[in-house]
Design a protein around this ligand. Structure first.
Ligand SMILES: *[C@@H]1O[C@H](CO)[C@@H](O)[C@H](O)[C@H]1NC(C)=O
Ligand SMILES: *[C@@H]1O[C@H](CO)[C@@H](O)[C@H](O)[C@H]1NC(C)=O
Length: 426
């Protein structure tokens, strides 16, 4: 039961692990006080420290086209597969409220249980423009629309999210999420139970956990080019000195944007300058605005004109594919034809901050054995001037969105293994 208010420490429902208690004492300076009515067994009073949560990720960029995380929600907890989306705030589940329009989902629909968030709740206000008046004071209606045309409409509820922390603690905070009873699938529809909103806004899961005092307001992910990877909340899974950081733009409410970058081909050719880029785990591919896209395609075509590849017009995998003399088996087979890309951010002082985009991070090999450009025309996708760095270009890197220090960071990482924790328990 949550009895706190915003800015006040909130009471959490917790399952206490013995091992967590011992590691908690190592970090007394970080402690926050809270009370834990335990749902099943005995209750106990302990202090929480700020820790991290790690989730394995499943899926791949191609052929599947999305990653997902398995999360248990509710009392008793039931599993759901959610799309981790750093491009939006609100988490929601396809919901039997009853459902008006739901898409195919891997698990039975979520059922709300008298856990509606009322209209006056500050969480509800954060989902609406200032001055918004609810139609029904006893509930909070929401509607989220995504750039690909998809949407979810429903009511806000609060439910329990059992989480295992890296210090061994098990907590079950009550967090707000959408009970989505009317979904319209967009162009990049994924057959999942819902979305895990990881944006900067108040309703995002990370912000909510942060306001309850259990994690630092940091989210990160590591997706592997071999599929899978991991997602984490909190800041003790990486060595900050090994991460390359660039400041985040402050005037963006939901999105993690850092600007303005220069796109470079082959280490020296400028493709485009002053790109405002947004890091978005909810997007499988990378998108550039029409002009930047045009410039990139022009340069890539020029490079390829002398090479033994032809445009494969019959391959519909992505808008632009090329065929070689023989079918390609992996991106290694096209190393001679393509050059790596990089984004160069103006760093503090003399050093420029570079974000490498090797071939694997912008090309895919289609099932037909052609090589396709995994950077798409964002204007065509309705993104206007947005430039999105999608999963394809974040592979084999740890990408960290640090809302405490207002910076985005990255570090080349083998994402196939879960990281070792300082107080390894999991
Ligand atoms: C937490 O860890 C326990 C013990 O390993 C496991 O049974 C449980 O499923 C985990 N819960 C979550 C939410 O990961
Ligand atoms: C990108 O998409 C827009 C909108 O559909 C279109 O007008 C433009 O020509 C496209 N650019 C390229 C280079 O294909």
């Amino acid at each position: 039961m949550e009895i706190g208010k915003v800015g006040v420490l909130v009471v959490l429902v917790v399952l206490v692990g013995l091992s967590g208690w011992s590691s908690a004492s190592d970090h007394q300076h970080k402690r926050k006080k809270a009370v834990f009515p335990e749902p099943a067994a005995s209750s106990s009073l302990i202090n929480i420290i700020q820790s991290s949560v790690v989730f394995p990720l499943y899926g791949n960029v191609y052929p599947l086209g999305y990653y997902y995380v398995s999360l248990s929600i509710g009392q008793p907890p039931k599993p759901y597969f959610l799309d981790p989306d750093t491009g939006s705030d609100l988490s929601w589940l396809q919901c039997d409220a009853p459902c008006v329009r739901c898409t195919k989902a891997p698990h039975p629909l979520y059922r709300p249980n008298n856990n509606l968030v009322i209209c006056k709740d500050p969480m509800c206000a954060s989902l609406h423009p200032p001055g918004y008046k609810c139609e029904h004071p006893e509930q909070c209606d929401y509607e989220v629309e995504y750039a690909d045309g998809g949407s979810s409409l429903g009511v806000l509820v609060k439910d329990v999210f059992p989480l295992n922390f890296t210090n061994g603690l098990r907590l079950a905070p009550r967090l707000a999420l959408g009970c989505g009873y009317d979904q319209i699938p967009g162009q990049s529809y994924h057959p999942l139970d819902g979305v895990l909103g990881l944006g900067k806004g108040k309703s995002s899961i990370v912000s909510q956990l942060h306001s309850q005092g259990v994690i630092r307001n940091v989210v990160g992910h590591c997706v592997s080019s071999r599929g899978g990877g991991f997602l984490f909340f909190g800041d003790d899974l990486y060595d900050s000195s090994r991460v390359v950081w660039t400041p985040m733009l402050r005037d963006q409410h939901t999105h993690y944007s850092s600007g303005y970058a220069e796109l470079i081909l082959g280490g020296k050719t400028t493709v485009f300058k002053n790109l405002l880029v947004t890091f978005d785990s909810g997007s499988s591919y990378t998108y550039l605005n029409s002009l930047a896209y045009q410039a990139l395609v022009h340069l890539v075509r020029k490079e390829l004109s002398e090479k033994p590849v032809r445009e494969a017009l019959d391959d519909q995998t992505l808008p632009l594919c090329w065929r070689g003399k023989r079918p390609f088996k992996s991106v290694r087979d096209v190393k001679k034809f393509f050059k790596p890309l990089a984004l160069s951010f103006p760093g503090g002082g003399r050093t420029k901050t570079q974000y490498d985009i090797p071939l694997e991070s912008y090309l895919i090999i289609s099932l037909k054995g052609n090589v396709c450009l995994g950077i798409l025309n964002g204007t065509e996708a309705g993104l206007q001037d947005f430039n999105l760095i999608g999963d394809i270009s974040m592979q084999d890197k740890m990408v960290v969105y640090d809302n405490e220090k207002n910076q985005i960071g990255w570090a080349p990482t083998n994402c196939d293994r879960l990281p070792k924790f300082k107080a390894a328990i999991l």
